[in-house]
Ligand binder design. Structure first.
Ligand code: DX5
Ligand code: ZN
Length: 223
């Protein structure tokens, strides 16, 4: 599968968001990752649908929206209407994840499920034939700049094996949290396709060099 690098705008300079988005686009970003946090599901607050709408005005790149909120169904339509291409909902944030996935797809967007580090893959297995992406959290969600949890490599490997054994399962595997030049190769080798990176990219010199490095490390490590 094609490697995709997805800068997370959580680490961008919020007062210069458009500038940072353009810089990342020119540097080769494939997708933009937008974190929505409510201060309940995770102990932090961040962007809202209005930021998705603003992002849609300044870039044609796909927008992946990572919802870290309770009661996600209430905000799926506003997020799709704002211009999200893919909406990612945490399995732990709702009793009815299948309903959330159905709702996203009925609105014409791509749908993904997110699993926290402590959530077993078995919890979301029934969704495999109907989703476009699975986001494996490689840190506890809520903050940028945290350390990658090494045990998640085995989880990515297991997920890739499950995907390979079922003809109906065509989802992409995304990783988010602590992705940098030290961790990306292992994730790629394990089977990940989409790599979210925040603090490794934004606020650093040579954004293009960093995106190029991440991409070539991921491509070279692909099985
Ligand atoms: C964390 C967010 C991530 C965050 C990643 O909960 O979901 O998208 O921006 O940041 P880094 O790459 O710095 O770990
Ligand atoms: Zn995220």
């Amino acid at each position: 599968m094609t490697v995709k690098i997805a800068p997370s705008i959580l680490s961008a300079d919020i007062m210069n968001l458009e500038r940072d988005v353009k810089l990342a686009e020119e540097a080769g970003a494939d997708v933009f990752h937008i974190d929505i946090m409510d201060g309940h599901f995770v102990p932090n607050m961040s962007f809202s649908p209005s930021v998705v709408e603003g992002m849609r005005r300044v870039t044609d790149k796909p927008l992946d929206v990572h919802m870290m909120i309770d009661n996600p169904d209430k905000y799926i339509k506003p997020i799709v209407d704002a211009g999200a291409d893919t909406v990612l909902v945490h399995a732990e944030s709702t009793q009815h994840i299948y309903r959330s996935i159905d709702l996203i797809k009925s609105l014409g967007a791509k749908a993904g499920v997110v699993v926290n580090p402590g959530t077993p893959l078995e919890t979301v297995k029934e969704l495999f034939p109907v989703i476009d992406q699975i986001l494996v959290m490689t840190v506890n969600p809520g903050f940028g700049g945290q350390k990658f949890i090494p045990g998640m490599i085995k989880k990515i490997q297991r997920l890739d094996q499950l995907r390979q054994t079922a003809a109906d399962d065509n989802f992409q595997i995304e990783v988010d949290g602590g992705i940098n030049a030290d961790t990306i190769s292992k994730c790629s080798k394990a089977g990940a396709d989409i790599f979210v990176a925040g603090s490794y990219l934004f606020g650093q010199d040579d954004l293009k060099g960093r995106i190029d490095d991440l991409r070539s490390l991921a491509v070279n490590a692909e099985q």
